[in-house]
Design a protein around this ligand. Structure first.
Ligand code: C5P
Length: 220
């Protein structure tokens, strides 16, 4: 049974990678499986929260008791998240949002022509940063997947995006990061390292992260 730590709280979670269309049959995406975000959504329900999961396409079954909002692109995800941010108390951005999208989406399947093809990409909005700028009482958690200088990069992101906690993920470590069922993370707040979680199931990482958040959230 759950522990009720998030009883009555509305939690908004993002998960999975975004899909950025090139033409009707082609797209750009990344290796995110959605497992970390789904585990967070599931654990938040167990802890008594009312949970909305904004998710890019994944192979995962919908967690029970969670409101699912399926999206494709970063722009779709932004719309889904921004329209719900004011009614959420806890926002957790575990999605791997594409940094760039094709400048134009071809209406018809692109034809093979020249020997080389250049695809122009434009920057996507940074959803977490927008939330960080607009937030009032919401408690906001970001993720940082890094392959080097994890602590430094994670802390820099936390400050730049104005989140309350950031979960640093060394994706070069065996068993951690994208696609697997386990993760090893270092959780930071403004003042530095809060907790290092050694390799364990994403479910256990999710539970500990939510416990930390619950303990730090303003309860009214
Ligand atoms: O800067 P970086 O993309 O590594 O930041 C990762 C964090 O920012 C994650 O929490 C991710 O969900 C969020 N993010 C976002 N919008 C983007 C890019 C990242 O919300 N366009």
């Amino acid at each position: 049974a759950g522990n009720g730590l998030l009883q009555g709280q509305r939690v908004l979670v993002t998960a999975g990678g975004t899909v950025e269309r090139i033409d009707p049959v082609r797209y750009i995406t990344n290796d995110s499986s959605g497992k970390m975000g789904y585990a967070i959504a599931e654990e938040a329900v167990r802890m008594g929260a009312s949970v909305t999961l904004v998710t890019g396409p994944t192979a995962l079954p919908a967690p029970e008791g969670v409101e699912i909002i399926p999206v494709q692109s970063a722009l779709d995800m932004r719309e889904a998240v921004m329209s719900r941010m004011n009614t959420s108390q806890l926002i957790i951005k575990a999605a791997a949002v594409a940094d760039y999208r094709p400048a134009v989406v071809a209406e018809q399947k692109m034809k093979k022509k020249a020997d080389s093809l250049t695809l122009e990409l434009v920057k996507n909005p940074d959803i977490l940063q927008e939330i960080g700028t607009l937030k009032k009482d919401q408690f906001v958690i970001g993720f940082a997947a890094e392959t080097e200088r994890l602590d430094e990069h994670a802390l820099e992101k936390l400050k730049r995006k104005n989140c309350d906690l950031i979960v640093g993920n060394d994706v070069s470590q065996e068993g951690a990061g994208f696609s697997g069922d386990t993760n090893a993370v270092r959780i930071f707040d403004r003042n530095g390292l809060v907790e290092a979680l050694p390799l364990q199931s994403k479910k256990d990482v999710a539970r500990r992260l939510l416990e930390l958040a619950a303990g730090r959230m303003k309860t009214t």
